[in-house]
Design a protein around this ligand. Structure first.
Ligand code: IDP
Length: 132
């Protein structure tokens, strides 16, 4: 069993897609180990996206992530990390495969509905970052 960290971003919450997104994970057999709605602190988002610090869109991403409430979840399933990433789809919703969450609810890279940990090391760090 593998735990992973998922964040439904402010655009996902604003378009009232939270229930539908959670339903997808439940239908796929994921267990919700923890879940909360919160407005993220800027410092936490800057740490979370530190790998993008040099990118021209870094400030935009940070402000987007604190622009409204998000829903953070710890999901668990066998091969949970890869499985969630597959359901989430490519970073750019225009390139995400049909049927993925980003293809169905996203618009552009800066507004792509959902975050999911991309490897076990990231999942461990991110679960601690968002749930202590
Ligand atoms: P990921 O979220 O698919 O793992 P990362 O490369 O880690 O992709 O990027 C983190 C987040 O930064 C993306 O989910 C997206 O919101 C934002 N982002 C990535 N590339 C761009 C871009 O080219 N323009 C605007 N925002 C971007």
């Amino acid at each position: 069993m593998e735990e992973t960290l998922v964040i439904i971003k402010p655009d996902g919450v604003r378009q009232k897609a939270v229930g539908e997104i959670i339903a997808r994970f439940e239908r796929r057999g994921f267990e919700i180990k923890a879940m909360k709605q919160t407005v993220l602190e800027e410092a936490v988002v800057m740490e979370h996206y530190a790998h993008l610090k040099e990118k021209p869109f870094f400030r935009e991403v940070v402000y987007f992530m604190i622009s409204g409430p998000v829903v953070c979840m710890i999901l668990e399933a066998e091969h949970g990390i890869a499985s969630v990433r597959q359901m989430v789809g490519a970073t750019n919703p225009q390139e995400a495969l049909p049927g993925t969450i980003r293809a169905d609810y996203g618009f552009i890279s800066g507004s792509n509905v959902i975050h999911a940990s991309d490897c076990p090391e990231a999942a461990e760090i991110e679960i601690k970052r968002f749930f202590g």
